[in-house]
Design a binder for this molecule. Sequence first.
Ligand code: GLA
Length: 375
Amino acid sequence: MDAEGRALRLFGESFAGAPTHVVRAPGRVNLIGDHTDYNDGFALPMAVDRATWIALRPRGDRRVGLVSESYSPACLDLDRLDHTGPLWAQFVGGVAWALDAGAAAGWDGAIATDIPVGAGLASSAALELAAARAFSVASGADWDPVEAARVGRRAEVEWVGMACGIMDQLTVACAEEGHALFLDCRSLAFQPRPIPAGATVVVLDTGTRRRLVASAYNQRRAACEEAAARLGAATLRDVGEDDLGRLPPGELLRRARHVVTENARTVAAAEAMERADAPHLGALMVASHRSLRDDFEVSSPALEAMVSAALAAPGCLGARMTGAGFGGCAVALVESASAERFIGSVLGAYALACGEATPAAFPSLPAAGVDCREL
Ligand code: GLA
């Protein structure tokens, strides 16, 4: 049964009566432009065809009853939000808090997902945006995707404590079917970009997860802020390659160089997509991976094994780690005609290199952002 069917079934098993709505919030994979969003820079993600679903029904009171197929149930009191209760439910509580809990209304919801959790595919942003959509149904508020993305990010930064940028939430909220989004994370403007004809995006999950991602991520973010301050810039978005020479050789220079060159590669990648130039897009992805590995130091042995396996497999146009790093997923751009052989070859080579992890690979068409169906 697919995740939508499981959410509907779980609702029936957990609550009396039938759900009135079902919400879908996709995961995302970033084609290029990582660790740029919190530097006001550029990114080029797309929503994947895997999603978190909530089957829900508004309640007459100020409580949110939550059941999930993977975690213990939780009940939130909108008049007394706090950090007790299971961590997963904090993402929903954080959204209520960021929305202004006073105006939010209660609902019962059953949650199921087929997004691998903690794998760099924005499973937390999907839960935040699905919850935001559910709150808008329950309270009858208008749905504004960009505003919802801001709310989701605020929940994650200020309630959950992960100082993320806006890329994940903006993609989950605003993605367009068939297209990646070229995001300007300063203005929050975005433009759709088609995947070049004849090329397929393949998500490669290493099967590894890192527990300390939040602290390493927050350290990288602090280094970027320090580099910008030393260069007298508001953010690294305002720094050019020529300015980097004013930083002394060492770690701070390498961190800043990743962000500055990644912004340039992401702009070039958006142009390559406009020209349907898949080989150039692939080459930029490979350069991005090297920069994330050598300058930003957010790769891992499993990601290295996966990206090497991908680059050696038939039909590969480019491959890189994706998202925050330290484990999780890589992404490859592959000639569509070779996609099946590519996946077989990568999984075989990865198993030889990294026997202890259980990898997975799936091709994905770009999906649409959050939506809601009345039942
Ligand atoms: C995580 C964060 C995003 C972004 C990426 C790295 O996914 O949530 O905001 O910073 O890492 O590009």
